[in-house]
Design a protein around this ligand. Structure first.
Ligand SMILES: [Zn+2]
Length: 338
């Protein structure tokens, strides 16, 4: 019997630092930064956009190997059907099924191709842990139900006023020179999506602490090396019970992430080698020494009106995740209870 593929799924809303976390995790031995795999069929296969390494997706050696094992001829159809299965308006029904202990996203014939993709990625990248930064909780639920996948969820949360501000910035989809811009939702929409996706992520997985880790962007940027090390150890830890897998399993798996020094050259500086992440924020192309620091431009840049709108719309989430109502108020100490 083949070993299941360990997938670390980055869940939550956009602009929460997931690209940075994925790129850094990809530097640890045994980790592969796959990027946003839900977009692989459309942005990778159909549109042939650049891989994290800079090559067009279909020319990248890693993805060329993976492509031989998955039905790329059906990529357009798989992409379209995925969009249909993961629609926002399907969330209430998804939650009802989850509460009743059923599959949150119903099975579909495409699931064999999706399961095959994760197995092929792990095989060709030689990875113990595949890092998928797709973020969308319904897709995470779908991946977690695929045969041969063992899911761990990293819930990344960031102050919604910061994410709303970040969404408004102009940014090329594949870097500064790209004329196509990433989507720029208005602040009210960014706020509502923040609330929906973060609440849904907690509902789906927070009840299972062996498989779920919640990290706030603000805590991560305050202590990057320790926090990334904690995330890597969580993703790489033995069977979901957290117990020791025994010497033979350890020997097979190689050195654990906890023993790996990782890419940090200082407590807040990483040395980044190129990754092969598919889709995602253009910052995934950054390489070399990169300082990790909190991006707090929003504190000056976000207008009073936008701040008030986002604060009002996300109020239940602010309390839950420990964010202040007032600008410049203290962020609650790290807390992981629900
Ligand atoms: Zn590549």
């Amino acid at each position: 019997m083949t070993r299941p593929v360990r997938v670390l799924y980055l869940a939550g809303s956009g602009r929460s630092g997931s690209t940075l976390v994925t790129t850094v995790l990809g530097q640890y031995a045994g980790f592969f930064a796959a990027g946003e795999l839900r977009y692989l069929w459309q942005r990778g296969e159909v549109e042939n956009r650049p891989c994290g390494c800079g090559l067009p997706f279909r020319d990248c050696p890693v993805w060329r190997a993976v492509r031989r094992d998955v039905p790329v001829d059906r990529a357009g159809g798989i992409a379209a059907r995925l969009r249909g299965r993961l629609r926002l308006r399907g969330v209430p029904a998804l939650l009802r099924r989850h509460r009743r202990g059923r599959r949150a996203v119903p099975a579909h014939p495409d699931d064999a191709a999706l399961a095959g993709l994760y197995a092929a990625v792990a095989r060709h990248a030689g990875a113990r842990v595949v890092v998928d930064s797709s973020k969308l909780p319904p897709y995470g639920a779908l991946v977690g139900a695929l045969p041969g996948v063992e899911l761990r969820v990293l819930h990344l949360v960031r102050d919604p006023r910061a994410t709303a501000f970040s969404w408004r910035r102009r940014r090329g989809l594949d870097g500064e020179a790209d004329q196509r811009l990433m989507s720029r939702p208005p602040v009210w929409k960014a706020a509502l999506l923040w609330l929906v996706w973060n609440t849904l992520t907690a509902r789906l997985w927070a009840g299972d602490p062996g498989r779920y880790l919640r990290v706030r962007y603000e805590d991560l940027t305050a202590d990057p090396e320790a926090t990334l090390g904690r995330i890597a150890a969580f993703a790489d830890a033995g069977p979901s019970t957290g117990t020791d897998a025994g010497p033979s399993a350890r020997a097979h798996a190689g050195p654990s992430a906890a023993a790996d020094a990782g890419p940090f050259t200082g407590p807040a500086t990483v040395r980044l080698a190129p990754t092969h992440s598919v889709a995602g924020n253009p910052s995934r192309h950054r390489t070399g020494p990169v300082p990790i620091a909190a991006d707090v431009e929003w504190r000056r840049g976000l207008s009073r009106w936008s701040y008030a709108v986002v604060t009002a719309l996300t109020a239940p989430g602010l309390r839950r995740f420990g964010y202040p109502w007032r600008r410049g108020g203290p962020v609650a100490p790290r807390h992981e209870e629900d």
